[in-house]
Ligand binder design. Structure first.
Ligand code: BJ8
Length: 384
């Protein structure tokens, strides 16, 4: 596959993908394709994809609906939760509108309690996600994956076979490999693209509904970036290489990435959801038990809702080495207790075990702290 468009245009297309896909979603709805709305990386997509459903990440994309959410929910709650609830309450998210069923998981306290209220607007099913990755937790989560399959079958009046699931495992593993191939481009020094453009592709690709076509598109993009890099490897001069970790970055929290790159750093790796955390591990295709294979892969995700959360450290350890990271920036959302508390152990790991600087930023979806972010970033990067 060859791409005719220029790279900036391609990056912007991905950046706008969430909005651009509204029409595609509408057309799929007209063909009676079921929509399953989700909020979290723990959602085992293969199960819903196996019945031919579209899986869509629901909006928590701005602070626009937070005032409406705050009429019902406490103000000192994470903006991701307030924004998600606000979009549902005000019916401003087309993907929420199109969703026939919302599936949540018992992740953090605020989110799981918010799902109870979402049930007032749409059918909601909540999976019981264990808060540890022990063998007993895996047993429970495997049962939850099977229960999800049964719920989808009864809700949509369909049958999901193991062969259907196996096929989707193969497709989603290809997607994971393609996304990994893409973000691994940032191992190059100097970098071949900006971190903010990388983020547009990582985030936007989730809104490409044709998962079978996605790896081809990403591979073509990778080839195009490589070809341009060969012609002009010094487009972006060498700069401190930053890894970003912490809460999901959608919803305007990507202002932190812009602040890093406006002040002399390059974001070369995202460990957050939408980044490596979402793509690093594959589902084991050789496991004859598809439910156990899916459960094992998803439960391994290193989110701070897990206790202990060794897999986050394991992934950070690898990424810091592979991407030659000079410093780590942790972005946490206000009132996200799990990430905010875990920040101490991440700081210790980064400073003491990896011997590189670490900075934590606590932010929300507003633009009010952009000036302060720039000042802090400039001072931090200057020091590197
Ligand atoms: S797998 S990161 S998408 S839970 S930021 S709502 S944790 S208070 S978003 Fe997340 Fe799944 Fe984990 Fe990823 Fe709560 Fe924190 Fe808010 Fe959060």
């Amino acid at each position: 596959m060859q791409i005719k468009k220029e790279l900036p245009e391609i990056f912007n297309d991905f950046g706008e993908m969430r909005k651009k896909s509204f029409m595609a979603a509408y057309e799929l709805k007209q063909k009676d394709i079921p929509f399953v709305g989700t909020f979290c990386t723990y959602f085992p997509q293969e199960i819903a994809l196996a019945m031919g459903a579209c899986v869509v990440g629901l909006c928590s994309t701005s602070d626009e609906t937070i005032p409406d959410a705050e009429k019902d929910l406490p103000r000192n709650l994470c903006p991701l939760i307030k924004s998600s609830y606000g979009f549902a309450k005000t019916d401003k998210c087309p993907y929420f509108y199109f969703s026939d069923l919302i599936v949540g998981e018992t992740t953090c306290d605020g989110k799981k309690k918010m799902y109870e209220y979402l049930g007032e607007f749409k059918p909601v099913y909540t999976m019981e996600l264990p808060n540890s990755q022990s063998p007993i937790a895996l047993e429970l989560w495997t049962k939850e994956v099977i229960k999800l399959k049964e719920k989808l079958e009864s809700h949509f009046g369909t049958t999901i076979t193991e062969d259907d699931i196996r096929k989707q495992i193969r497709i989603m593993n290809k997607v994971r490999r393609a996304m990994k191939e893409f973000y691994s481009l940032m191992k190059l020094e100097p970098v071949p693209l900006l971190g903010q453009d990388m983020f547009k592709v990582l985030y936007g690709s989730a809104y490409k509904f044709d998962k079978e076509a996605l790896p081809g598109e990403i591979h073509a993009l990778v080839e195009k970036i490589k070809a341009e890099y060969e012609q002009n490897p010094n487009k972006y001069p060498k700069a401190p290489r930053i890894l970003v970790t912490g809460c999901p970055l959608g919803g305007g929290a990507d202002k932190c990435v812009k602040a890093i790159e406006a002040n002399g750093g390059h974001v070369v790796c995202f460990e957050n959801c939408s980044g490596a955390k979402s793509f690093d591990r594959e589902v084991d295709e050789s496991n004859p038990d598809v439910y156990a294979a899916i459960a094992e892969r998803y439960l391994s995700i290193g989110c701070s809702v897990m206790t202990p959360n060794r897999n986050r450290i394991e992934l950070l350890d690898r990424l810091i080495d592979e991407f030659h990271i000079d410093a780590v920036v942790e972005v946490t959302l206000q009132a996200c207790h799990t990430y905010n508390v875990e920040a101490l152990s991440i700081k210790r790991f980064v400073n003491e075990k990896k011997g590189i600087p670490y900075m934590a930023i606590e932010t929300d979806y507003s633009t009010s702290d952009i000036g302060q972010l720039n000042t802090r970033m400039a001072a931090f990067i200057e020091m590197l």
